[in-house]
Design a protein around this ligand. Structure first.
Ligand code: NAD
Ligand code: DAU
Length: 367
């Protein structure tokens, strides 16, 4: 469900992590939907942040970009005050499980301490606000990984599933979720949390499964599948996640959490084979010669991720029942669009394969 601009008063938003994968898709979505809203992007431009992704919007004066850390209290205070912000959409995080295994400290710093700093800044700003405090919202973007791992026959995660995070990444996200919850119960702050499953789509950093496989096929490199490839993830097209967050900002009940998912559980190996088939087909269509075909011949089983969660599945019935949101893109259609995007946007992804990225790659996959 989306909202016609006439249904609502204009908002003044800070979008943290707006130069990352989901954040940049959300910035694009919001600017399209609500051209008269004030949009300020706050992003530290870590390895995962890419200002070039927003270049057209910046050139068109659709947003103000501020390079900075969510943990910089003075900067956040000033931004909230100067821009008279009423809404925070909080995407900024360290987001990759494999990196959290290699170096967890940054995850605690940004995901826990950074979110705490943002909450404190918004609390003071909200408490000091004159006039219409009812419209203020703090939307915290979280993950289904906080619920832990499911067995094959377990029911999907609901909003009341106990937290059982297994990686430093998911533990740090769980910590931030608890802080967000506490700010509602203690201060009555108008916070909302979404716990979403795996996203995919344009502008996805190369380290994650789907872009990594697309790019490696295009480069003729091995496709590293962890363990037996039978781990299951639920996949949601990123633009559907954006409409879910839009819906929760407008219609969500402060203090509530909403699970968001695609109803698309797929085993990793099946997903990789699907991507190979799509890449073989679409490369022909776009006149691209793949270095090796069929692409499936590149699939290579590699050592499993330590503590690898077996299965995630989301029960998204609450957001459908209470707010009327459901996904609109099937996994077949979304993957087709995504593969086509990576085929056509080498200029976006190639510069990201930097020496620093190659170092990271060797640490995870060997040389
Ligand atoms: P991403 O890694 O692509 O982007 C993160 C962005 O945050 C980058 O632009 C980075 O520069 C910025 N950032 C990192 N640390 C920062 C800091 N201290 N201050 C300011 N900016 C900082 O991440 P993503 O995949 O777009 O995920 C966005 C959010 O959604 C995260 O909170 C993640 O936990 C959550 N989430 C992701 C998925 C998924 O499938 N990718 C699914 C569910 C939830
Ligand atoms: O569930 C939501 C989460 O989805 C988000 O909170 C995270 O930010 C996001 O990174 C994602 O986490 P995953 O660990 O599920 O995503 P990733 O793309 O890293 O891996 C997806 C699956 O594919 C997982 O079972 C591990 C496997 N995998 C991944 C890579 C990178 C491989 O088999 N080979 C690989 O090279």
């Amino acid at each position: 469900m989306t909202f016609a601009p006439s249904d609502r008063a204009a908002r003044r938003l800070v979008i943290t992590g707006g130069a990352g994968f989901i954040g940049s898709n959300f910035v694009r979505h919001w600017c399209d939907r609500y051209p008269t809203d004030r949009v300020v992007v706050l992003d530290a431009l870590t390895y995962a942040g890419n200002r070039a992704t927003l270049a057209d919007l910046e050139a068109g004066d659709r947003l103000r970009f501020v390079q900075g850390d969510i943990g910089d209290r003075a900067l956040v205070d000033q931004l909230l005050r100067d821009e008279q912000i009423d809404t925070i959409a909080h995407f900024a995080a360290e987001s990759h499980v494999d990196r959290s295994i290699l170096g967890p400290a940054a995850f605690v710093q940004t995901n826990v301490v950074g979110t705490f700093t943002l909450l404190e800044a918004f609390r003071h700003h909200w408490q000091a606000a004159e006039g219409d405090r009812d419209r203020y919202r703090f939307l915290h973007v979280s993950t289904d990984e906080v619920y832990g791992s499911l067995r094959e026959t377990d029911p999907a995660f609901t909003e009341t599933t106990p937290y059982a995070p297994n990686s430093p990444y998911s533990a740090s996200k769980a910590g931030s979720d608890h802080l967000v919850r506490a700010y509602f119960h203690t201060y009555g702050m108008p916070v909302l949390t979404t716990n979403c499953s795996n996203n995919y789509g344009p502008y996805h950093f190369p380290e994650k499964l789907i872009p990594l496989m697309c790019i490696n096929i295009l480069l003729g490199k091995p496709l590293p599948v962890y363990g037996d490839g039978q781990n299951v993830r639920d996949w949601l097209y990123v633009r559907d996640h954006c409409t879910a967050i839009e819906t929760v900002i407008h219609r969500g009940q402060p203090g509530e959490t909403y699970n968001v998912g695609g109803n698309n559980e797929v085993r990793n190996l099946d997903l990789v084979k699907l991507l190979c088939g799509l890449m073989d087909e679409l490369a022909l269509q776009y006149g691209v010669t793949l270095p090796q075909s069929p692409s499936e011949s590149l699939i290579t089983f590699v050592a499993d991720r330590p503590g690898h969660d077996r299965r995630y599945a989301i029960d998204a019935s609450k957001i459908k029942r209470e707010l009327g949101w459901e996904p609109s893109v099937t996994v077949e259609e979304g993957l087709r669009q995504t593969v086509a995007w990576y085929l056509q946007n080498e200029a976006w992804w190639k510069p990201l394969l930097s020496p620093a990225y190659q170092d990271y790659y060797s640490q995870v996959y060997g040389t």
